[in-house]
Design a protein around this ligand. Structure first.
Ligand SMILES: [Mn+2]
Length: 389
């Protein structure tokens, strides 16, 4: 369904503060109930230890590089020939081996370390919110919106936790980043952190698929390098959560030190955790019911956009029924790209296409999942039932 950004104000009042289980203080109940037996009965995941064909190719390729004593250019070629294979296998939820994850994350870190805290981007670009391990829905998004390198993408964080395929989702997005570093930008969400992933599923999924915590640890090290904001056409500031009393200019965000685990409080924590309040009496900054980040009022949005000479603040982090929602007199846009969040919320997913002054909003429904017909896989529940109970 296509919706016009400049049409009637159908979104104005639809923001729900209902990322209900994101509150760090009320955590573990959801995580354990998520892996109910009945939910797992039909769940099949593909072989977590795929054959090493790609690995062999990679090693051969590396050997060739050493033999010919040509390093940088051949190394680039070597990566690119493997990354294509990785991308196509990840599109079918066939995950990488541990050594491949290691190589992927090393390469990702090389790219991310060079990115600013606030990545400068230009339209045309498609902006997406939370994906949360919903691999079928991410593939649906790419089917509808196109995919890199044909379309430029900005993802606003929260790739892992909650959904059943966090490893496949984040591996695919990281692989696309390696293949097309200038066509896809990945920001950090509050779930790209050690603390959150240990509660909401990604740690458990890594442990189940790789047999220990090493893959999780490698992903976490890579997440430490993700940038926290993007600025599109010098006009649209994008981040996962929102604003903070700790900064009032974009330059102040640029000057932060972002590398490392997300701190419990302060500017980086607020950028990934905060929410706008659409209650008129909530002015300034308020405490957040999430127990992290803060809530900011319409006055803060007005002042921040004027002071920084930008049009809007675009963020994700909250479930919105319609996939996209506007608040604060259209100064703040919330995008959420996980349809039927957690396979039970019934929400539409949204994404936004920007091209110069033109911006269009799109929504889509959850894609059908063919888990029972997955071939060549194994049943995670059978293999790991003792682990989950
Ligand atoms: Mn979030």
């Amino acid at each position: 369904m296509e919706l016009s950004f400049s049409g009637k104000d159908v979104y104005g009042t639809s923001l729900r503060i209902e990322d209900y289980d994101d509150d760090v203080s009320s955590t573990s109940a959801f995580s354990s109930s998520f892996y109910l037996k009945e939910e797992f009965d039909s769940l099949k995941l593909l072989d977590p230890f795929p054959d090493e064909t790609f690995e062999d190719t990679f090693t051969k390729c590396q050997k060739k590089v050493f033999e010919s004593e040509i390093d940088s250019t051949s190394d680039k070629f070597c990566y690119s020939s493997n990354i294509d294979t990785w991308i196509s296998q990840l599109k079918t939820r066939k995950i990488l081996s541990l050594s491949q994850v290691k190589k992927l994350c090393e390469k990702v870190k090389d790219i991310l370390v060079k990115e600013s805290n606030v990545v400068e981007l230009s339209s045309p670009i498609t902006v997406c919110g939370d994906t949360h391990g919903q691999h079928y829905d991410l593939m649906e998004l790419f089917k509808i919106a196109g995919e890199p390198p044909d379309v430029n993408f900005l993802f606003l964080g929260d790739y892992v936790d909650r959904g059943r395929y966090s490893v496949a989702v984040v591996s695919l997005l990281l692989a696309l980043k390696v293949k097309y570093p200038n066509r896809i930008t990945l920001l950090r969400g509050n779930h790209e952190s050690r603390q959150t992933t240990q509660v909401y599923g990604f740690y458990d999924e890594c442990f189940a698929l790789y047999g220990d915590h090493s893959a999780w640890s490698i992903f976490m090290d890579a997440f430490d390098y993700l940038p926290v904001c993007a600025l599109i056409d010098n006009n649209r500031l994008c981040m996962h959560g929102g604003l903070s009393p700790s900064f009032s200019t974009i330059d102040e965000i640029r000057a932060l030190f972002r590398f490392g685990e997300i701190p419990h409080d302060g500017p980086i924590s607020d950028i990934v955790w905060s929410d706008p309040s659409d209650r008129k009496r909530d002015l300034g900054f308020q405490n957040s019911p999430r127990g992290a980040g803060c809530m900011w009022g319409i006055d803060v949005s007005k002042h921040f956009t004027e002071a920084n000479d930008i049009g809007t603040i675009t963020r994700a982090h909250q479930v919105v029924n319609e996939g996209i929602s506007l608040c604060h007199n259209r100064l703040v846009v919330t995008i959420f790209s996980a349809p039927n969040y957690c396979y039970r919320s019934g929400n539409l997913a949204g994404y936004m296409m920007l091209d110069g002054n033109k911006s269009e909003m799109f929504t889509f429904e959850a894609a059908p999942r063919n888990e029972s017909s997955s071939s060549g896989g194994f049943n995670l529940f059978d293999k790991y039932k003792d682990f989950f109970f």
